[in-house]
Design a protein around this ligand. Structure first.
Ligand code: ADP
Length: 435
């Protein structure tokens, strides 16, 4: 239904009304009083409808507008048409919101919509179950007021949401949650929390199993090793075949011993509970000690090892872990560099960070392998690694130690030319040593 009323039409109608009233006034002999009366009646008519309109708009519960003739009737119809249009739009919008909510409720994860300042705008029922979000009581609360774990605060601070953050549920310590944040729209963040308790338990079982088996293997290995060494040490006239066999047994037992040792270190590092007990570690002294210990490793290969150590840089960290990480990098450089190679050990400032690096001019590593080096049991060249007694666990240990110290591991390597393995410690972890 279309209705057009232009300003020209309005003026023509008004003039028509005045002309008619002046004609009537002329006929009855009262021109001005008739015109005034006509104008007044027009004004009263408009005010009457204006009042009706205001009453309907503000006080009436009915959606249908009052009935009127003429322009006002058209105006009411227009308004009614507009309201119906808005209602329909709202209906379809509500339907879409309902579909979105049903979808979000069907998710197996807790889902929250957060604003840019991390306040909660909306959450599904699962969020109530897993995180204890009360609806609508917690709307407007900041998410970090409800999930109060240092790991989560740190995760929010870094602002890097590419990988998830794992924390226990704030309402049930037995549940382990994997939290993810994703920015969407112009200023909204989607927060998802997944229950990974089962995976977490399996991971714990795996760690316990590895730790227990490694521990149990230690005693038999020590016994076998002891007997083989004893047999080798006594005066004997064994057949050379037997001597070779004993040598092989000793070599393999040593390899297993090292593997078991590395497995135990990895299990310890993976579930480190000492993270809160960091102390000042005299890194220059620790590195000197490692260099001294590695002398016997270097006997066969006779590498030239140079050092550049700043004696004033200490680190707030875990002594045993740092020792293990640095020692792994050094023993790798010795193992994977051909005889009489050049190895450089550096402990220096780089900007405001402290860098521990081991550079060698050995075999080097292909770029495709570099990204996988820190995976458990990953070895670039299995046969060579086996010859060197490698287990593929050394760099996995380094990775955990690095993450426990909020440090960063960087590997620069060129195949055939050599490698640099560097750990960068953040400024906050550095403490000057008094000389
Ligand atoms: P492994 O006990 O086998 O040495 P790591 O985890 O320490 O285990 O190292 C993983 C793999 O990375 C090694 O098997 C080796 O192939 C490669 N690698 C490590 N350090 C070096 C290095 N300095 N030069 C060349 N390759 C290296």
């Amino acid at each position: 239904m279309q209705f057009h009323l232009s300003a020209r039409q309005l003026i023509v109608r008004l003039l028509g009304w005045l002309t008619l009233s002046s004609f009537v006034g002329y006929v009855i002999g009262y021109i001005w009083p008739t015109i005034t009366l006509a104008a007044l009646s027009l004004l009263i008519w408009h005010y009457f409808h204006l009042n009706k309109l205001v009453t309907w708009l503000w006080n009436s519960k009915s959606l249908s507008p009052p009935i009127a003739e003429g322009h006002w009737g058209r105006i009411y119809d227009g308004l009614y048409h507009l309201i119906r249009k808005h209602r329909n739009k709202q209906k379809s919008l509500n339907e879409r919101i309902r579909l979105f909510r049903d979808g979000a409720e069907a998710l197996p994860d807790a889902a929250l919509v957060l604003s840019n300042d991390l306040t909660i705008l909306w959450g599904n029922k699962k969020a109530q179950k897993l995180i204890g979000i009360r609806w609508p009581g917690d709307v407007g609360q900041r998410i970090d007021n409800l999930i109060r774990f240092p790991e989560f605060s740190q995760y929010l601070e870094t602002g890097n949401f590419e990988s998830p953050c794992n924390v226990p549920s704030p309402i049930n310590g037995e549940l382990q949650l994997e939290l993810r944040l994703m920015a969407y729209g112009s200023d909204q963040i989607l927060f998802l929390a997944r229950d990974i308790s089962k995976v977490h338990r399996l991971e714990e079982m795996r760690r316990d199993f590895v730790a227990n088996v490694s521990h149990e293997l230690k005693t038999p290995l020590t016994v076998v090793r002891g007997y083989v060494e004893m047999i080798q040490s006594v005066e004997n006239d064994f057949d050379p075949h037997w001597l070779k066999a004993f040598q092989t047994i000793e070599g393999q037992v040593s390899r297993m011993d090292r593997l078991v040792e590395q497995l135990l270190i990895l299990s310890r590092v993976e579930v480190n509970t000492e993270l809160d007990s960091k102390q000042l570690v005299d890194m220059p002294q620790l590195i000197e000690q490692l260099l001294e210990d590695s002398t016997w490793l270097n006997i066969d290969k006779q590498h030239q090892i140079s050092v550049d150590i700043d004696p004033s840089i200490g680190i707030i960290g875990i002594d045993t872990e740092l020792k293990s990480a640095c020692s792994n990098l050094l023993s790798n450089a010795i193992a994977y560099t051909p005889e009489k190679g050049q190895i450089k050990v550096i402990w220096q400032y780089v900007g405001d960070k402290a860098k521990f690096s081991v550079t060698d001019n050995g075999a080097g590593i292909k770029a495709v392998d570099v990204t996988r080096l820190t995976e458990r049991f990953y070895r670039v060249d299995k046969s060579r690694s086996r010859d060197t007694g490698g287990s593929g666990l050394g760099l996995a240990i380094v990775k955990h130690v690095v993450s426990h110290h909020q440090a960063e591991l960087k590997v620069n390597s060129t195949l055939g030319k050599g490698s640099e393995f560097a750990i960068y410690f953040p400024a906050e972890a550095i403490q000057k040593l008094s000389s």
